[in-house]
Design a protein around this ligand. Structure first.
Ligand code: F6R
Ligand code: ZN
Length: 191
């Protein structure tokens, strides 16, 4: 008897996603991160405090998802929408995370805007892949990942990853990523 026989088989479904705005029909979960949630992540903490004070703790990024069971065999999917902006010249970015089940990959299909996916492994490897409309970034198992918006409109991606992957912010808050993305004299610079 197959595995499916011991488990209730879910019904198929479909949803609409607006490819211009990233809006997902009836998202069951809406994660909002504001500038104050990003303390500890930017190279210039004073610039972040100034932004929070001057701009009233602006929206940084949102994640819209319709959760599926957090089980092996399921595929979780979401829309990630990262606002444009900079903190002390460093472009707005997500916190970044490993997956709790570290050996699980993720696909990001960029549907609007532009930027980079910064990635690192616990044993010191680092990578940056460009994100632009219609470009897919494959985040292999064991790579922590953070997206960075280098444009002047929201960076919107459709993400797909195993249902049991989970999020592990582990060493990100203490060590960050080896590379950062800045604007300098109108150019995008990865340091
Ligand atoms: C899921 C995933 C994205 C991020 C989202 C927010 O595995 O990679 O949905 O969760 O872009 O980023 P974090 O979780 O780093 O705040
Ligand atoms: Zn992820």
């Amino acid at each position: 008897m197959g595995k499916a026989a011991s488990k209730k088989i879910a019904d198929p479904f479909s949803i609409g996603i607006n490819l211009e705005t990233g809006e997902m029909a009836n998202p069951a979960r809406h994660l909002v991160r504001r500038a104050s949630d990003m303390r500890g992540h930017y190279a210039d903490p004073a610039a972040l405090e100034k932004l929070i004070k001057d701009q009233g703790d602006p929206l940084h990024y949102e994640v819209f998802e319709v959760p599926v069971p957090q089980e092996d065999g399921e595929l979780m999917y979401c829309i990630s929408k990262l606002q444009p902006g900079a903190v002390g010249g460093e472009f707005f970015m997500t916190k970044g995370h490993y997956h709790s089940v570290a050996g699980t990959a993720e696909i990001y299909l960029c549907i609007r805007g532009g930027g980079y996916m910064l990635m690192k492994t616990a044993d010191g490897k680092s990578a940056a892949e460009k994100m632009s409309r219609g470009r897919m970034v494959y985040v292999p198992p064991f790579w922590a990942h953070r997206s960075v918006n280098t444009g002047d409109e929201p960076l919107i991606s459709f993400c797909v990853y195993p249902g049991h992957a989970g999020h592990n912010y582990g060493d990100i808050e203490t060590e960050g990523f080896p590379r950062r993305v800045f604007q300098a004299n109108g150019q995008v610079v990865i340091r």
